[in-house]
Write a protein that binds this ligand. Sequence first.
Ligand SMILES: CC(C)(COP(=O)(O)OP(=O)(O)OC[C@H]1O[C@@H](n2cnc3c(N)ncnc32)[C@H](O)[C@@H]1OP(=O)(O)O)[C@@H](O)C(=O)NCCC(=O)NCCS
Length: 185
Amino acid sequence: MEETKHCRDSLVIKTSLVLPPDTNNIGTMFGGKLMAYIDDVAAISAMRHARSTVVTASTDSVDFLHPIHEGNAVCLESFVTYTGRTSMEVIVKVIAEDLVTGDRNLCVISFLTFVAINEQGKPMPVPNLVPETEMEINLNESAKQRAQIRKKRREDTQFIASTFGVKLPWTDQSNPGLYKDEQKR
Ligand SMILES: CC(C)(COP(=O)(O)OP(=O)(O)OC[C@H]1O[C@@H](n2cnc3c(N)ncnc32)[C@H](O)[C@@H]1OP(=O)(O)O)[C@@H](O)C(=O)NCCC(=O)NCCS
């Protein structure tokens, strides 16, 4: 595939008000809700880059650096930072804003990897990325190291998965009495 794209071609910005249904029992944003937003904007960035269906292959760590309170505006920004043959790394930045004081906190930075798939569900090539700004170039260059870490993590996870069975429930099958009390709850 000869086509090239820029980071700005895949830029997505989404701003939402944090309402009571989005929060946990202490009035801060529910982590799972924010993770769904992160996956959502990142997937749109990947689709804008690839102009194809994509699947989430992995999400790097999501560290919640600051709480996001009910009534805050939460703003997510994402774009593609690196491309392999069929995969794309996407960065997501999450900023919370107190709409009364104007104070802002950078709450999360996360990297996700998406793979473009064809109609048969098989990985397909994506356009090359040409980073332009200094920040984009830095992100693009450091992505190679993150890709190596992911590759190792994937191999480790595949090894661990190979040692597990797929029987339910998630208990020690050789000692069925072990979780008897837990199952009664
Ligand atoms: C991701 C998926 C398409 C990869 O398919 P595969 O047949 O294993 O393909 P390959 O091993 O050839 O990998 C294809 C690309 O994905 C990348 N990749 C695969 N697994 C990855 C992972 N866990 N993290 C980061 N990149 C990954 C590979 O590095 C490769 O990139 P490249 O082409 O740019 O070099 C496949 O594992 C899949 O469908 N997983 C489920 C995805 C899903 O359902 N997501 C929604 C979550 S509910």
